[in-house]
Design a protein around this ligand. Structure first.
Ligand code: UT7
Length: 334
């Protein structure tokens, strides 16, 4: 579907983030697997990642980020009508991570659900929030992207373990009240399940149920054909970015800030190059967080918001790509 440009109906009125305190540095990984700070830095741009203590539930960080976003929006928990969490590492198989966060935050009037779209989860959730508000099914929607990727990372596999981190980011989406306000100008999502085998976590579902105790533990961790994913990410992030611009009826030179999914500095650079953007218009924090999947865009959005880098009227473009494959993009006027 390729909808014609629609007037914006909602905007982001608050943001928040929360990450574990503990850091794993490249020097730590040099002691764990056959790698070097030099390889990790030049191939990925990552220096440190925040890692939760084993057994920490996702809802801890997701609720802290959500609490901050609600406060930043100037709302109270009872004013949230929907909570949507993008994650592949919820507290339990069921219920949804959103149920745990609802209870922790006292979102007594909220319907809740999770979206499993890996690194694109936050932008999928944002598209759902836009649709719910457009359809007048909700007023205030709390959207969270959160992951405890350390719970599904194989710390003996050097090709993946150095990449991932934990954390949560959140945004409150609410109706625009006047034409002077900014808004979500466009959303776009896509998927290609035929390529699932290039990035996936095979164990724990109905195909390889966890109750089968003979399964090897590696089945429950992230499997990735890094280079294949890299090539697909570069092409798809660029295409998705252009699609969000087209849907919003704006151009590359209208962009004030690109907030891309932080999977690899080289992928971010390639996306910026495709959009002909200077470095100072690209928000990059991968060196401090690694790849936090669905959490990476809302963490970056909250940091940029907190630093006052997003000015009223600015055009912000967010774009993500991840397992599924899934992808998403959105153009926002702040
Ligand atoms: O978040 C959603 C999607 N995820 C992504 O977008 C991630 C996409 N992929 C990537 O970011 C990159 O492909 C990686 C960072 C994972 C890998 O970088 P690469 O440049 O594609 O390297 P490669 O997989 O082609 O491996 C190159 C070499 C190999 O050695 P040989 O075969 O050339 O001798 C690997 O074994 O690098 C080796 N290698 C490492 N060496 C030191 C792989 N991991 C490591 C490591 N330390 N940690």
């Amino acid at each position: 579907m390729n909808p014609k440009k629609l007037p914006p109906v909602c905007r982001i009125i608050g943001t928040g983030r929360a990450v574990p305190e503990r850091l794993l540095t490249n020097a730590d990984f040099e002691k764990m697997v056959d790698t070097t700070d030099e390889w990790i830095t030049t191939r990925t741009g990552i220096k440190t990642r925040h890692i939760a203590e084993p057994g920490t539930p996702l809802s801890k960080f997701a609720s802290e980020a959500g609490h901050k976003a609600i406060e930043n929006a100037g709302l109270t928990p009872d004013q949230i009508d929907y909570l949507i969490i993008g994650t592949v590492t919820g507290d339990m198989k069921f219920p949804a991570a959103a149920n745990f966060v609802q209870a922790k935050l006292g979102l007594v009037n909220a319907s809740t659900f999770d979206i499993s779209a890996a690194c694109s989860g936050f932008l999928y959730a944002l598209e759902m929030a836009d649709a719910l508000i457009r359809g007048q099914k909700a007023k205030n929607v709390l959207v969270i992207g959160a992951e405890i990727l350390s719970s599904i990372t194989n710390y003996e596999d050097r090709s993946t373990c150095v990449l991932f981190g934990d954390g949560a980011g959140a945004a409150v989406v609410a109706p625009r009240e006047s034409d002077d306000e900014g808004g979500v100008l466009s959303t776009y999502t896509g998927s290609n399940g035929e390529l699932y085998h290039l990035l996936y976590g095979p164990g724990g579902g109905s195909l390889h149920p966890p109750k089968n105790r003979d399964l090897p533990s590696e089945l429950f961790t992230i499997h990735m054909a890094g280079n294949e994913v890299f090539k697909a990410a570069v092409k798809t992030m660029g295409d998705a970015a252009v699609e969000a611009l087209d849907r919003a009826g704006i151009h590359e030179d209208d962009i004030d800030m690109l907030i891309p999914h932080q999977a690899n500095l080289r992928i971010i650079d390639a996306t910026a190059k495709r959009l002909k953007l200077d470095h100072d218009k690209v928000y990059i924090n991968i060196e401090r967080y690694g790849n936090t999947s669905a959490a990476s865009i809302p963490i970056a959005l909250d940091e940029a918001n907190e630093k006052g880098l997003l000015k009223k009227g600015d055009i912000i473009l967010c774009v993500a790509f991840g397992a599924g494959f899934t992808w998403g993009s959105t153009a926002i006027q702040w």
